[in-house]
Write a protein that binds this ligand. Structure first.
Ligand SMILES: [Fe+2]
Ligand SMILES: [Fe+2]
Length: 187
């Protein structure tokens, strides 16, 4: 499949607003990939596809997840917002026949992050925060960080997510804490 095919597929599965977000994340991901030496082609594909199931009904997402043989743990079960990264990864693998593990993992961990992320995974995680239409408080700081280094941007993005989840009494995935600790400790 070509990039235009992927764009058509996501366009049919989401609102105009989220479609624009996806295109912006892809553009930003290519920019970061170029800057930090990741594969630009893969960055563009992963950016386009990262939210492919975000507007898919929850029940359908659970089916996609179950059909891939994935069993959600208690934290994942209690956090429907991160289901789309799990169902999205399963969807692009099983329905779009994407075989590149790095692209699949970039989609899988774009919400939670994890320990030992690849360059591409980091690029997509950061690009999701800094795409052109983003305008949350702190986005300019996040953009500045992303120009200084992926790790700096990751640390800022993760602390933002962890604080936000804790403040709203939402469960936090262990992999998010692991990713944060690894970056802060620098090992
Ligand atoms: Fe997402
Ligand atoms: Fe996104």
């Amino acid at each position: 499949m070509k990039l235009d095919d992927y764009k058509e597929i996501i366009r049919s599965r989401m609102s105009e607003e989220r479609y624009i977000h996806s295109i912006n994340v892809a553009t930003e991901a290519v920019f970061l990939a170029k800057k930090y030496g990741a594969d630009e082609k893969k960055a563009e594909i992963a950016g386009i596809l990262h939210d492919i199931t975000k507007e898919t009904p929850k029940e359908e997402q659970l089916q996609i997840i179950a059909m891939d043989g994935i069993i959600l743990d208690d934290v994942e079960k209690a956090a429907p917002k991160l289901w789309h990264s799990i169902s999205g990864a399963a969807f692009i693998k099983n329905q779009l026949q994407i075989t590149d593990e790095d692209i699949i993992n970039a989609v899988r961990y774009h919400t939670t992050a994890r320990q030992n992320m690849s360059l591409l995974e980091k690029v997509i995680f950061v690009a999701d925060f800094t795409g052109a239409e983003r305008n949350y408080p702190g986005v300019e700081i996040m953009r500045q960080k992303s120009y200084l280094g992926l790790e700096e941007a990751m640390a800022f993005g993760l602390s933002f997510s962890i604080k936000d989840l804790a403040e709203r009494n939402k469960p936090i995935c262990r992999c998010t804490i692991d990713a944060f600790n690894q970056i802060i400790i620098g090992k």
